[in-house]
Design a protein around this ligand. Sequence first.
Ligand code: SAM
Length: 324
Amino acid sequence: MRDAFDREITYLRVSVTERCNLRCFYCRPAETEHPHGDDLDAAAVVRIIRAGTRVGIRKVRLTGGEPLIREDIVEMVGAIAAIPGIDDLALTTNGTLLAPLAHDLKKAGLKRVNVSLDTLQPERFRRITRGGELAATWEGITTALALGLAPVRLNAVVMRGINDDELVELALLTRDYPLHVRFIELMPIGQASDWAASRLVSVEEMMARLEKALGRLEPQKSPRDGGPARYWRLAGAPGTIGFIAPMSNYFCPSCNRLRLTAAGTLRPCLCREDEVDLRPLLARQASEAELAQAIAEAIRRKPEGNDETAMRPVRDRLMSEIGG
Ligand code: SAM
């Protein structure tokens, strides 16, 4: 279905849980909390996605929080993969629980994974994630490569004075492995809403620093489903380097997504507080057609985009509730 600005909305990102086994300082508060109620049950998620196919949803990404902490994640993946009309099913994860689950996830119908990885230094990883083990994430990444959950993309949020000195090391992974390393500008959302600007490294600066250290980057044609990332390659490398510039590049005109929060609301735009609440419909066992109408309403409510290139801080939800 097309929205009011003639964008075809085909992509639903689903935060399947607000909870996470890591507590990245820019994403979540230090203490465990669960501010907006219980996560949707798997049956509700599947019904919403099935209803979404009635209005043109074809691609689904499961995210969170950490999707792999859900005990029913493999069954959920299997049920979503079986929905007629869903032709792409991907998952975003911190990778720590991926190695033991990857085989079953693939068998259930998962096509590919994005793994978040902000640093290659174990001690720094522990600090950023407040206690996580880099080795577990790395094992998840190598398992995904071995099983062909491809393309395997690594997402690194670049923060000045925190990990921007690792741009080159992270980029060099693409020479050694068929990995697609994507550098992301830090957004002023949730936990980072008040200070993101002071740690922001623009994509322009990232590229200049990488080219200075590694030589010219060759532009690559963006993959069909590459979304807002623009891709480049180091000469002869099997992998690619992507850049996602939500702060310095206005890509709202090509936005094709809708987000389902862990609590059961549809969010037409990552950066706007406006949401369509599906919980009352779910509570009264509304029909799939009624759910599809609510999804269509959320698509109609998608705003044109940020007013300027600068994104306004988002304070009503944590990134883990919206799903990134
Ligand atoms: N737990 C999973 C993971 O680690 O990938 C999925 C959820 S996490 C919220 C999704 C992505 O959002 C991660 O790559 C994380 O780094 C990114 N993220 C969180 N806060 C962000 C922010 N303020 N700006 C940019 N990216 C952010």
